[in-house]
Ligand binder design. Structure first.
Ligand code: DAH
Length: 339
């Protein structure tokens, strides 16, 4: 008799079911009123006294094992039913996905890249940690130039040869060292200067450098290229070039675009003149070409450099440059509709 009950225990333990109906049938068979467990209980009084203890224990075990089995199977099946019904419910509302926005710096940078790529410029990049040669010396920046001053440049530790680049013109040098003319490249990137942080200036900002080297490149080509750029970028084609000085270009110029004086903002932005300064440019100094291994008798070219942050502030009417690096989600979310 005991062996028979133990056999049942083993059967119960091995039992599994794939539907709730099967579990119910199992429950009735073992734990129902006329089930196996009750049958064995009824036998109890016919068991000889000396065996009653063992018999009782084994029947009780069968009872609990059967109940536990029913409960665990039921739970498992109800769980899978739940998941299945959620997955299959096609009318369930979707999880809301919050869509991000591009950063205004990226928006403006991509616009600039797009405009120049249409006239054959590729994109190049260089390291933000630079050496003296690429940031200064190769660019004809004389030793006494203020840009070399500790005031402006972040040097890395005590080694004056390792610094955070102060402009993207360093990428010009790297590009010319590694590529033969014709060269048409623009180099966007972050630059660093040791300046007090305020609403108008920051110790890091972004520039785009442009470089065009080929045979017979003239100042007229430069002016035409810049005019194409301002027309595409701002919808303004009136520009003027003011003579200026950069060590790496000769002649050098500052580019102003005529913004107009139609609104109060135009007055504010242009300080009442209608003109807005947007970049520096010039014909690449022959010394710079030679420093980079390009024959200055055979080739000439132009370069230009502009600040991305300033253009982003202008185009999006942002009043404080610090907003561009604070990562305030309320500010960034406002650019969702931009490109
Ligand atoms: N590197 C200059 C600056 O940081 C900008 C610049 C001016 C770049 C004239 C040029 C250039 O390539 O020709 O202010």
């Amino acid at each position: 008799m005991l062996d028979k009950i133990k056999e049942h225990i083993a059967k119960v333990e091995a039992f599994s079911a794939s539907t709730l109906e099967d579990v119910e049938a199992f429950r009735i068979k073992y734990s129902g009123r006329n089930g196996v467990v009750n049958d064995f209980m009824a036998e109890f009084r016919n068991v000889p006294n000396e065996l009653k203890k063992d018999y009782g224990q084994v029947v009780n075990k069968l009872k609990t094992v059967a109940l536990e089995k029913v409960n665990t199977l039921k739970e498992a099946l109800e769980d899978t039913n739940d998941t299945a019904s959620t997955i299959n419910d096609l009318s369930r509302p979707g999880e809301p996905i919050s869509i991000g926005a591009r950063h205004p710096i990226s928006i403006v940078k991509n616009q600039i890249i797009d405009i120049f790529s249409r006239i054959g410029f590729n994109v190049s990049e260089g390291p933000e940690i630079e050496d003296d040669w690429h940031n200064f010396t190769a660019l004809n920046l004389p030793e006494y130039h203020p840009a070399r001053d500790m005031q402006d440049t972040f040097f890395i530790q005590t080694n004056p040869d390792v610094l955070l680049r102060t402009h993207t013109s360093s990428v010009q040098v790297r590009y010319m060292e590694n590529n033969k003319p014709p060269i048409r490249t623009i180099s966007p990137g972050r630059v660093y200067r040791n300046e007090a942080i305020s609403g108008r200036s920051h110790c890091f900002f972004h520039q785009v450098e442009g470089l065009y080297i080929d045979k017979d490149v003239s100042f007229a080509d430069l002016k035409q290229t810049l005019q194409y750029f301002t027309t595409e970028m701002f919808g303004k084609s009136k520009i003027r070039l003011r003579p200026s000085y950069f060590p790496f270009t000769e002649p050098s110029a500052e580019v102003d675009v005529y913004w107009g004086l139609e609104t109060e903002t135009d007055y504010k932005m242009t300080k009442g003149t209608g003109w807005l300064e947007i970049m520096g440019c010039g014909m690449v100094d022959p010394n710079v070409l030679e420093n980079c291994g390009i024959d200055s008798k055979e080739y000439s070219g132009f370069a230009f450099g502009m600040g991305i942050d300033r253009i982003a502030l202008l185009l999006h009417q942002i009043s404080d440059i610090r907003m561009l690096s604070e990562n305030d989600i309320r500010f960034l979310e406002q650019f969702k509709s931009a490109l």
